[in-house]
Ligand binder design. Structure first.
Ligand SMILES: Nc1nc2c(ncn2[C@@H]2O[C@H](COP(=O)(O)OP(=O)(O)OP(=O)(O)O)[C@@H](O)[C@H]2O)c(=O)[nH]1
Length: 339
């Protein structure tokens, strides 16, 4: 059912080696190449032999280092082409400017090491004595190490960014219903009942519970946001608030789940305040699902409906399967047929 190519775009970012690890890797590879050459160049005079060996060592170190750096750039998504939801999260979690700057530095280093490798390889090939050939190789190694040292902060930044971004939720470019409401009102029960497959659980910045994502058929994405849209916004710091706001780029419609029985532990008043905050924050249509009607008497329900006159309401019991077909039909109609 899941379409390919919709994964978190940062999943493919490779492990970022430290300058030391990268130089070690390059040295090991160049020694291997040199050893192989030594066995094939038996009987060749010293000067052409050391010219060839040093040239190949330089070329190997240069390509290991520059290709490794280039791979970071190739496998990292271009920030400007990211979907707005992911772009916003990069800004919140690591900062777009710093991210771009670091990738720029890595590109610069990759190109420079490649160019220097070429220059020094040519010099080594034309060396007049064996010692000169090895002098060029050492000089090249020194310059490469110092270039890597120069981009050390950028590599360190990218390594941290990769750790944070590779666990971002995988969401698709589909009409999306975002579920909001206090803890224990029945959000995850509802997600399980509305969507076919078991919902996937994805990490989300600044929360411990993660986003749960499910699908209605192949056309609608449903996202439950425990820890994100389940408590008053005034309790949040700026950065958490931005993570909440990033959902603006994901949601085409909000389903606010309300528990009139108050068994969830939050009063109707508190729940209505959160609903008001969510309506102010999101500029998309809101449907209110009055859940747990099996636990609530008619009169109380009427009182609550009275308070929700400005909203589209559907009365349900997620647990007892009441009103779920109507809810699903409404969601499909609003998200697919109307758009
Ligand atoms: N009687 C009744 N119980 C329900 C209904 N919907 C959910 N529950 C129960 O309410 C409790 C909380 O439901 P959850 O689906 O875990 O609530 P949640 O909003 O996802 O909670 P968090 O994961 O903490 O955000 C569970 O014990 C459910 O079985 C309902 O319609 N009727």
């Amino acid at each position: 059912m899941r379409k390919k190519g919709d994964a978190n775009p940062f999943k493919k970012m490779p492990t970022i080696l430290t300058p030391e690890e990268l130089m070690d890797k390059a040295h090991r590879r160049s020694e291997k190449v040199a050893n192989e050459l030594r066995t094939t160049l038996i009987g060749i005079p010293r000067l052409p032999k050391s010219r060839t060996i040093e040239e190949q060592k330089i070329r190997t170190i240069s390509s290991v280092v520059s290709d490794n750096l280039l791979k970071i750039i190739d496998k990292t998504p271009s920030i400007d082409r990211l979907k707005p939801f992911y772009k916003e999260l990069v800004e919140v979690m690591v900062g777009i400017d710093e991210f771009k700057k670091s990738l720029g530095a890595v590109k610069w280093a990759s190109e420079l090491v490649k160019k220097l490798g070429n220059d020094y390889a040519k010099k080594a090939r034309k060396a007049k004595v064996p010692a000169e050939a090895s002098k060029y190789r050492k000089e090249f190694v020194g310059r490469t190490a110092s270039i890597l040292k120069q981009i050390y902060p950028n590599l360190a930044f990218l390594a941290v960014a990769r750790e944070k971004l590779k666990n971002l939720p995988t969401v698709k470019e589909l009409p999306t219903l975002v579920i909001a409401g206090y803890p224990n009102v029945g959000k995850s029960t509802l997600l399980r009942k509305l969507t076919t497959a078991e919902p996937e659980i994805n990490a989300y910045p600044f929360t411990t519970k993660g986003l749960n994502v499910g699908y209605i058929g192949e056309d609608i994405q449903v996202v439950d946001t425990p820890g994100v849209l389940d408590r008053p916004l005034y309790e949040r710091n700026d950065i958490e608030l931005q993570a909440v706001l990033a959902l603006n780029y994901l949601a085409n419609m909000i389903l606010f789940v309300l528990d009139p029985s108050e068994y969830c532990g939050y009063s109707i008043g508190e729940q209505l305040n959160l609903l008001k905050e969510v309506s102010d924050l999101f500029k998309v249509p809101i449907i209110v699902a009055i859940n747990k009607i099996d636990l609530t008497d008619e009169e109380k329900l009427r009182e609550i409906e009275e308070k929700l006159k400005d909203y589209k309401i559907i009365k349900i019991s997620a647990d007892k399967d009441i009103g779920l077909d109507e809810l699903k039909e409404t969601v499909v109609k609003e998200l697919i047929i109307k758009n």
